[in-house]
Design a protein around this ligand. Structure first.
Ligand code: GTP
Ligand code: SPV
Ligand code: MN
Length: 594
């Protein structure tokens, strides 16, 4: 596309001197042949989509079955977030802390500008303005991503409020996050996801995958967001937000932190089982929560995103019917399989396994093939407006008041189905010491238990010890803090099967949580926290679910718990000099109770 040079952006771009200067500087550096300023319009979407199809970046899917849907295949060396190539570049290593990779800002700028120099020759630079949060929200933040990926430009349009709306919010002198993204040659040797919190800047090179390159999401909304949140007294968390409406019309909101690929999107969109007629779950957000104390002393949350970038495998009309509707139109799929009739397929989809298809790398696949047809971290990017369960409050700039915060992980043993923290400080301890088996959402081995505090290990933009301190301090700003809970949908019995059916049935656990928040449900005091009584979780109508199974799902094995406390040492050692003493005392109290 031949477009105006950068010095003459489209009308509608504010006369923002710092913005113009930075864009010009980056053009000078990257030397694109063309510069295209995105406005977020429908017409622009059509033009860019057609160009992406022509370039082979997107494959048009069967438009009768899947209107507005396209498939993207990433480079096989580029299929997930890369934690070992993700850097927090603060002035001192202490500010980034022992759980982050650190490089001095000067050194990193020099390296990345070196890689970006001339990197867009023969290419187009897309200037992508976006808003995280909704117009009018005190939490909303503007970002501008300069990218040479049309896939990123089109995905940002789905995932954020992209275009004119962001320019309007920015105005002539607003603050914005600078983001530079160069694909380079998609080579892991030249791949860096670098954050400069003190400059409100992100530079990402050498990747074209999800969380590495959709800079509003993990980079701005979590890493830079958490950094800003500490300074500005709010919280940026890796949490879904959902609304629970009872048959009598009572409404409660909860936010839940589960690590990547551990069930946030599914939980946020769940459809209650038949027995819960009249109950309704609505989605405010599926991945990220920005939370701030409201004037009434409660914690209010917004979802800064406008779309979902969800895990595809395992999604079907039983596990997540709302997601099936959501991704039936206007969706960009990444790394799923393609059937001969232009439909998409993945392991765990409804209906028969196709006799043949093209796998995520475009190779012929049949049921006899040894490898999976869809990549385990294949994803959909779909606008939240398509979610049948979308909460109207998802667009409310004031957000929703949170009654419960839930931490959860993927743990085959030890962690019971649900328990409640004794109080806020104990809840912070539970979140800080949570662990989960690693998943395909990040490059590296899967299935290994690692500590993942508050599901933020890969996303906290500063020292984790200071982050815990920030959590503890937030209590002082809240008159009515949310109650804190821990759940584990993934505990297994001796037969290796999950002890809890999960998905929509999680409503049963959620009801206990909401009832606890409203002072309605009784609980046992146990060494680890408050737990439901034996009939506390309603299992009416749950097929093949003998009471013994619930007993096992809720059981506490004190030997396992002692090991668990010892395993926490790894994190405590790592963070020792930064750890708030409250957490050390909580650990002592737990040991004494055990
Ligand atoms: P990210 O987008 O990476 O942050 O993941 P997420 O936390 O949103 O996870 P998601 O809801 O996409 O679920 C990830 C995987 O866990 C999928 O394969 C689901 O099928 C599976 N899963 C989700 N909920 C449950 C559950 O309640 N029980 C079981 N057994 N599996 C679940
Ligand atoms: C996650 O890994 O937590 C995701 C996917 O939500 S990504 O956007 O790639 O970070
Ligand atoms: Mn996530």
């Amino acid at each position: 596309m031949t477009t105006a040079p950068a010095s003459q952006p489209k009308s509608g771009v504010p006369p923002h001197a710092a913005l113009r200067a930075w864009v010009n500087e980056m053009i000078e550096l990257c030397q694109p042949d063309h510069v295209y300023w995105c406005d977020g319009s429908e017409a622009e979407k059509e033009t860019l989509t057609a160009q992406a199809v022509e370039a082979g970046v997107l494959i048009e899917l069967n438009q009768e079955k899947l209107p507005g849907c396209y498939l993207h295949r990433s480079n096989p060396n580029d299929v997930a977030r890369v934690e070992e190539l993700t850097f927090i570049c603060t002035r001192t290593p202490e500010a980034a802390g022992p759980t982050n990779n650190w490089k001095a800002p000067r050194e990193m700028y020099e390296k990345l500008y070196g890689l970006a120099r001339g990197a867009m020759r023969g290419r187009t630079m897309y200037v992508v303005p976006y808003l995280m949060g909704m117009p009018g929200s005190p939490l909303a933040k503007v970002g501008v991503e300069l990218t040479d990926s049309i896939y990123v430009a089109l995905s940002m349009r789905i995932m954020t409020r992209m275009g004119q709306i962001a320019w309007d919010t920015l105005g002539a002198d607003g603050r914005f996050t600078k983001g530079l993204h160069c694909m380079l040659d998609i080579n892991p040797e030249r791949r860096y996801i670098a954050h400069f919190p003190q400059d409100n800047t992100i530079i990402s090179v050498g990747s074209n995958y999800g969380g590495n390159v959709l800079l509003g999401k993990k980079c701005l909304a979590l890493r830079l967001g958490s950094y800003l949140g500490r300074i500005e007294h709010w919280m940026a968390e890796h949490m879904l937000i959902l609304g629970v409406e009872s048959p009598t019309g009572e409404k409660n909101y909860v936010a839940a932190a589960f690590p990547s690929a551990c069930g946030k999107t599914n939980f946020a969109m769940l459809i209650p089982p038949k027995h819960f007629a009249g109950w309704k779950i609505t989605t405010v957000g599926d991945d990220i929560a920005w939370m701030k104390p409201g004037p009434n002393g409660r914690l209010y949350a917004i979802n800064p995103e406008a779309g979902y970038f969800g895990v595809v495998p395992g999604t079907n009309s039983k596990s997540n019917p709302n997601a099936m509707v959501l991704m039936a139109r206007d969706t960009i799929y990444t790394n799923v399989a393609l059937t001969p009739d232009g439909d998409v397929w993945w392991e765990g989809k409804d209906g028969p396994v196709p006799e043949q298809c093209l796998d995520w790398q475009g190779r012929l696949w049949t049921p006899a093939s040894k490898e999976k047809a869809a990549h385990p971290n294949s994803r959909f990017a779909a606008p939240m407006a398509n979610n049948p369960a979308l909460a109207p409050e998802a667009n409310d700039p004031h957000g929703v008041p949170i009654s419960a915060l839930i931490f959860g992980g993927r743990r085959a043993t030890t962690l019971p189905l649900v328990f409640q923290a004794f109080n806020w400080i104990h809840g912070v301890y539970i979140g800080a010491t949570m662990a989960s088996e690693t998943t395909a959402a990040a490059a590296g081995a899967t299935g290994q238990v690692r500590r993942d505090p508050m599901a933020m290990l890969p996303f906290c933009g500063y020292n984790m010890g200071d982050y815990f301190r920030h959590w503890l301090r937030m209590r002082k700003l809240l008159k009515r803090p949310p109650n804190v809970f821990c759940v584990n949908w993934f505990r297994k019995g001796a037969d290796g099967q999950f002890l809890w059916p999960g998905y929509g049935e999680n409503m049963r656990v959620l009801k206990w949580i909401v009832d606890r928040c409203r002072g309605r449900a009784p609980a046992w005091e146990t060494p680890v926290g408050w737990m439901p009584e034996s009939d506390g979780i309603d299992t009416t109508g749950l097929p093949d679910y003998p009471p013994e199974k619930m007993t096992e799902a809720l059981s506490l094995n004190l030997e396992e718990w002692k090991r668990e406390v010892l395993m926490q040492d790894e994190l405590f050692f790592k963070l020792y000099s930064d750890l708030p003493k409250e957490l050390i005392f909580q650990r002592e109290l737990l040991i004494s109770r055990l």
